[in-house]
Design a protein around this ligand. Sequence first.
Ligand code: SPD
Length: 427
Amino acid sequence: MSALGNHILVEFMRCEPEIMNDVSRIEKDMVEAATKAGATVINSTFHHFSPYGVSGVVVIEESHLAIHTWPEYGYAAVDLFTCGEMDAWISFDYLKECFKSASYSAIEMKRGSKNLLTRNDFDISTMRQKADEWKNPDMYTRNVWFTDKDENQALSLRYTGEVLHDVQTPYQRVRILESPKYGKLLTLDDMFMTTENDEFHYHEMIAHPSIFAHGDIKKVLVIGGGDGGTVREVLRHDQVEEVTMVEIDGEVIEACKKHLPTIAAAFDDERLNVIVGDGIDFVKKAEAESYDLVIVDGSDPVGPAEGLFTVDFYKNCYNALNDRGILVAQGESPKFNENAFAELHHAIKGIFGSENAHVSLFYVPTYPTGMWSFQIGLKDGMMRLDDIYEAGVDEFVEKQGLRYYNSSIHRASLALPNFVKTLLKDE
Ligand code: SPD
């Protein structure tokens, strides 16, 4: 029986769940499946659903290949719809291998039986000309988003679907994704850590305010900070003699050295000593009164960073600081995780004294709500965070080409909105 097209409806079962959730890989496999069968690819569009599932279609001159996946069932429903001489069973065999499908079935049916159809007469040349006038500027379009969220709020960034690095370490899932707007993104588990295009907001603000307020920082301890952005900023200061960085997950350092060299830019500095190990334990055993500055550049209070939000840890940081020492800790957001934000402030108050606990606010577009904080403890009650030599700060800013921090931002970051003051009040 002669027909216009051939349709193979495929069930791929017992596939590898990770593959079924990898939009980039599925798109490549589908395009390759079409090409291997001799099809001419016109374009493709794929979408990743949160938290899992992929849908997509490859449009070919000979019709289309479409897919919908359910990673949680290791299942893919695939349509191979072709016209002309193309053998779609080649695509079938190829995809079966790609998806590592251990069980599959397929039904083949003819589409558009010619004995049931009547052909109309068209002016083919005009129609071809019309079709040529429309050009698709992007051959492949993807709608893939990474979302950092809690149960009520989220921040999503579109990424290209390219996963440059994806490693499950004993501590967390470390990923580097490529995005059109923010460059490469470092994510840990399901949270944004830093991005090429806005990392300077965070890294300049974690380092410079306390260094300028103190005036003579020489010995620094950084807990966490595996991407290298914090030590890069600290080491801009010539008076800094020694920086020890203790990062629990060596994979973060390696991934960032490889994919984020502009952030991991100071690992070769001779003043830097990198230790891959447990920062909580390191601080517990640190020599008393040995640091001018302790910076806690940790992740959010879940997983490996949970211990960085305990009173005991900050007591040990206090002990490790000398009598003019300063603590700066990643302080969470007063609009996203209010409880962690307020509890950390109370912990620092309890240890450093209520007049010596401070909060600086800054803006990071790629963290949920955008409003983020560093929390500061001053061991010396006479020190004032806003006491800076402005001209010196701005000369440094100019010379170093800083893009977020300056003397006005220094002061402004210490001004708190009323709702934040209320959040921080003692109960
Ligand atoms: N939700 C993100 C909290 C910030 C975590 N630290 C970022 C590391 C940048 N060096």
